[in-house]
Unconditional design. Structure first.
Length: 218
């Protein structure tokens, strides 16, 4: 696994700023102000050579810094609501803390960030049907949890961004009313704050599923 703390942190900051279209100042120690759009183009060497659109190599070293785990679009509205970050759940009692990316059961799922697998387990307490994989980059403190994935990795294993970590599971076993099958991604900063991965990870345009009665959703 090849990953520097500065380049990874910069990747996240740049991805956020790129989504917002702003100009950012990097870590105070660097004393450099960058236009993230210009920087992304300047450092996207592998992309210019035809690298997949579902990975981001911000420093041009040929190693992916961030990856869409299923190369999918963000889940739109379906019978269980929206897959966007912050969308309402349980009648407004809570907010969706991740972003859902459309996927097919049996499809491979990849690591959104580089790091070590620190945890695998069940997505819902007492329900062994659906699982998750959690990755921590110890150097930067950022972590990523990918739900509804049957792990093919083990705790302690190092993974690169874009490396396969498991197989997408079928959500119809728990949500039979017509949910769009997906993986749920939560990225947290070193303080444990959940970030909107739609501003961080690459994705195709939002897929709008047919709207229907809204039920409780993951």
């Amino acid at each position: 696994m090849k990953e520097s703390g500065f380049s990874f942190a910069r990747s996240l900051v740049m991805a956020f700023a790129f989504g917002c279209g702003g100009v950012i100042a990097l870590d105070a120690a660097s004393d450099v102000a960058l236009n993230p759009i210009a920087e992304a183009h300047a450092s996207a060497g592998p992309a210019a050579e035809g690298a997949p659109s579902w990975i981001i190599d911000t420093d041009g070293d040929g190693v992916a810094d961030l990856a869409n785990p299923v190369q999918g679009a963000m889940r739109g509205f379906d019978a269980y609501g929206s897959g966007a970050f912050g969308s309402t759940r349980d009648g407004g009692k809570r907010k969706h803390e991740g972003v859902d990316y459309v996927a097919s059961p049996g499809q491979s799922a990849a690591a959104p960030i580089a790091g070590a697998v620190v945890r695998t387990g069940y997505a819902y307490k007492g329900d062994a049907r659906l699982k998750f994989v959690e990755i921590l980059n110890a150097e930067t403190g950022y972590s990523a949890r990918v739900l509804y994935v049957a792990p093919t990795v083990h705790v302690g294993q190092s993974v690169a961004a874009g490396e396969i970590i498991g197989v997408v599971q079928d959500l119809s076993v728990k949500y039979p009313a017509g949910i769009t099958n997906h993986v749920h991604v939560e990225i947290r900063d070193p303080a444990g704050v959940t970030l909107d991965s739609s501003f961080i990870l690459p994705a195709t345009p939002v897929l709008q599923a047919s709207a229907g009665p809204v039920a409780a959703s993951p």
